[in-house]
Design a binder for this molecule. Structure first.
Ligand code: BGC
Length: 381
């Protein structure tokens, strides 16, 4: 890991982040998660939702204009949203079968659900991946609503409407089911961050298509979280029945009508435990205390997510400290990684993952997106 705070000024890292994202968008609109890791040579709904969100915000009075210009950034986000709509609609029959099975009280077939990742041509990746993840399509709805609002793209294209409705019906049918979380782990648990993403996604869908009446399903999700999704000490729990937090619970305070506002006492209690349990020395953030992936290092995108949260809470100084730590972990080209080896929780696992997948993903497009999002939030602070 090259620590390169001097060579990369904030402006050039900002510019490089845009460039990395635009360079690795695929012809049909998907974004590669990471161009250098074969397992990440796919587009995830989740990563892409945050990337498109970053480009949408960046298009609003960007401090450092990129040569692609605002139009280029918004065009990239538009292509991603179109790609998602296409991928989802192409699976319409399978998703309808899933919805019908849930209505009949029958078990769901994983082959009839949405995968977490697809290649740019819409094909599913190899089947050895923990694909059943519900936060991704929900985050797509959340990101799409921001795009439509900022770019005033109404009326919506007919095929987008169809994809939104299908996604809403699918999520409304399956939200109670255990699934893999946003880290692609623990598929037999019900994860609170996933439910929070679904809540935000349904909220967004209602703003996109006011004829959808989703108040009752959203109320059920809230009720479920507040009765079954808390730790004994009253924080949001990583998953139902676990006395543990996960940094992915920052998902509960997504802007644009997420589950909780950043200053909600429940969010503040949850954040306090995340900071107590998961803040790594030097300001990176671990995912959760049981993390062994690449030794369970500090995640750069989580340090930036925490910075985003702090900026939204009005603590710009703390946000800048967290950002400075992330900036110091750009490599000589300005590429930001997924995680760093600083303060690994389980160092003995590191070599095994390198042997299996290669070096830690870098650049990770989702990390660069978080960097852009925080820069935007700091400009508003
Ligand atoms: C992470 C996911 C991410 C994927 C692609 C996985 O290792 O846990 O959150 O979506 O990589 O970046």
């Amino acid at each position: 890991m090259v620590i390169n705070a001097d060579r990369f000024s904030r402006d050039s890292l900002h510019h490089h982040s845009l460039q990395v994202i635009l360079d690795h968008q695929q012809p049909q609109g998907g974004y590669l998660a990471c161009p250098h890791m074969p397992d990440y040579h796919f587009s995830w709904f989740r990563d892409g939702a945050f990337i498109a969100y970053a480009l949408t915000l960046e298009g609003v009075g960007s401090a450092i204009p990129h040569r692609a210009g605002i139009a280029g950034q918004w065009d990239s986000a538009l292509k991603f949203h179109q790609w998602c709509a296409n991928v989802i609609r192409a699976r319409g029959d399978a998703l309808e079968r899933t919805i019908a099975r849930v209505e009949r009280g029958e078990p769901v077939e994983v082959g009839d659900t949405l995968n977490a990742r697809y290649s740019d041509d819409g094909m599913a990746g190899p089947s050895d991946w923990p694909e059943f993840q519900l936060d991704g399509p929900a985050l797509w709805l959340w990101s799409l609503a921001k795009y439509v609002e900022v770019c005033r793209m109404l009326p919506l294209p007919v095929d987008w409407e169809a994809a939104i409705e299908l996604t809403v019906r699918y999520l409304s049918a399956v939200w109670r089911m255990p699934c893999y979380d946003c880290w692609e782990e623990r598929g037999s648990d019900v994860h609170i961050s996933t439910l929070a993403a679904i809540y935000a996604g349904l909220n967004a869908a209602e703003r996109l298509l006011p004829r959808l009446k989703l108040e009752s399903v959203r109320a059920e999700i809230r009720q479920f979280i507040f009765t079954q999704g808390l730790t004994p000490s009253g924080e949001l729990a990583k998953s139902v029945g676990k006395d543990m937090v996960d940094a992915n619970l920052l998902m509960a305070a997504l802007p644009e009508h997420g589950l909780l506002t950043p200053d909600d006492p429940l969010m503040q209690r949850t954040l306090a435990r995340i900071e107590a349990d998961l803040l790594a020395e030097g300001h990176g953030v671990h995912r959760h205390l049981d993390d062994t992936y690449y030794g369970g290092g500090a995640w750069v995108l989580l340090g930036l997510w925490l910075a985003w949260h702090k900026a939204r809470c009005g603590d710009a100084d703390r946000a800048r400290e967290l950002v400075a730590w992330a900036e110091a972990h750009a490599d000589a080209q300005g590429n930001l990684p997924e995680q760093v080896k600083d303060a690994m929780l389980a160092p003995s696992y590191y070599d095994g993952w390198v042997a299996l997948r290669g070096e830690i993903a870098q650049p990770l497009l989702w990390t660069h997106a978080k960097y852009l999002i925080v820069q935007y939030a700091l400009r508003q602070a």
